[in-house]
Ligand binder design. Structure first.
Ligand code: ATP
Ligand code: MG
Length: 348
């Protein structure tokens, strides 16, 4: 049989993390979506975990950037350099093999022009073919959902840069909502809270650590605390304080209210049969935000719909892109069905 592609890669290009799946091997790379440059010479210093470790510690001439914002590429040049760096790390050469096929994730709701721009960026880096895939479809597939069934499923992906709520059926997205707030905005809210409440400036990595260690979406009887260090804004000196989980609960509460509202709005958009299916199948929670303590319980309590956390919330999307590789089933068929169902929903 004619072998069309030598290498098949699925890339979950996220605002916080980039995960790459290689057909036949599994997940071969999982790194933060960060890149560091020397501003004087233009030299690429590092990408991924190495670049992230420099945040807050680098001299002024080192520019450290997250090249995606709210799930969308904000700097194509830097995204492209980062992908090149990662590919070199995986295969030891600085462009995709000419015979490689790539499936790469995009947030749902972006335009075809934006999709094409991403596909072209990847092809420009040397791949033979690139296909942009909506993130919730890949996440659902990677979590074991059979996309071909005429059954509605609701996927809630809480990432670093955005949250996507999508109702899927017959391989397409029937209704969706994207909110430009997620894990990274929670970190910024924590930084603002600590500054306002304690006159203490902390870095984004400390804020993220606080969220992971003591963050919670529910009022718990068991209070947990964490000691953190920062800089006192009044005298400029280092200081440490102890934060409690009940404080972080208050900080994340506003975000959770917006999230639940988005779930309601999405369910309102879809035909009643599909809403009924979602009631039965439950909500599939994925993305790193699914790991926030009690988030499943909170969403279940506020929507009345059962909630299941994906087995691997941080890896399921890359796994799903990997499962699509070489099949050529998406996205045209899904797009057609999705348009058809969207029209039907509009007519109701
Ligand atoms: N235990 C945890 N509790 C709360 N949040 C967590 C936990 N672990 C990871 N996160 C958060 O999950 C986010 C990253 O999730 P993920 O990798 O799914 O995002 P992404 O795919 O890069 O972003 P996006 O899909 O929005 O473009 C980060 O904000 C991280 O802080
Ligand atoms: Mg993501």
């Amino acid at each position: 049989m004619f072998k069309q592609f030598d290498k098949l890669y699925g890339i979950d290009l996220g605002t916080s993390n980039t995960v790459i799946f290689e057909k036949g091997k599994g997940i071969v790379l999982n790194e933060p979506t960060v890149i560091a440059f020397n501003q004087h010479t233009g030299e690429l210093l590092a990408a991924g975990a190495e670049a992230q470790a420099m945040i807050g510690r680098a001299p002024a001439h080192v520019d450290i950037t997250y090249p995606l914002m709210n799930g969308v590429i904000s700097n194509f040049e830097k995204t492209s350099s980062m992908l090149k760096y990662f590919i070199k790390k995986i295969q030891g050469r600085s462009s995709f093999l000419r015979s490689s096929q790539i499936y790469i994730t995009v947030p749902c709701g972006i335009t075809n022009v934006q999709k094409r721009a991403i596909e072209e960026t990847v092809v420009h880096k040397g791949a033979r073919k690139a296909i942009a895939v909506e993130e919730p479809l890949a996440a659902a597939l990677g979590s074991g959902i059979n996309l071909d069934e005429p059954i509605g499923h609701l996927v809630l992906d809480i990432g670093g840069g955005n949250c996507q709520v999508a109702v899927l059926s017959l391989g397409g997205i029937v209704a969706s909502h994207t909110i430009p707030r997620a894990g990274m905005s929670i970190d910024r809210d924590i930084m603002d809270y600590v500054k306002k409440q304690y006159n203490l400036e902390i870095g984004e990595r400390t804020a993220e650590e606080i969220k992971k260690q003591i963050g919670t979406a529910i009022r718990t009887s068991e209070e947990r605390t964490i000691e953190i260090r920062g800089r006192n804004v009044i005298d400029g000196l280092p200081r440490s304080i102890r934060l409690a989980s009940s404080e972080i609960f208050i900080v994340v509460n506003d975000f959770l209210t917006v999230l639940v509202e988005a779930i309601r709005a999405t369910l309102e958009l879809c035909p009643p049969e599909l809403a009924g299916d979602v009631m039965e199948q439950g909500i599939l929670l994925c993305g790193g935000g699914a790991l926030l303590e009690g988030i499943d319980e909170r969403i279940r309590a506020e929507t009345g719909v059962p909630v299941h956390i994906a087995d691997d919330p941080l890896g399921c999307t890359a796994l799903g892109t990997g499962m699509m590789l070489g099949e050529n089933r998406l996205p045209s068929r899904a797009a057609m069905l999705s348009d058809h169902l969207q029209e039907a929903a509009n007519e109701q």
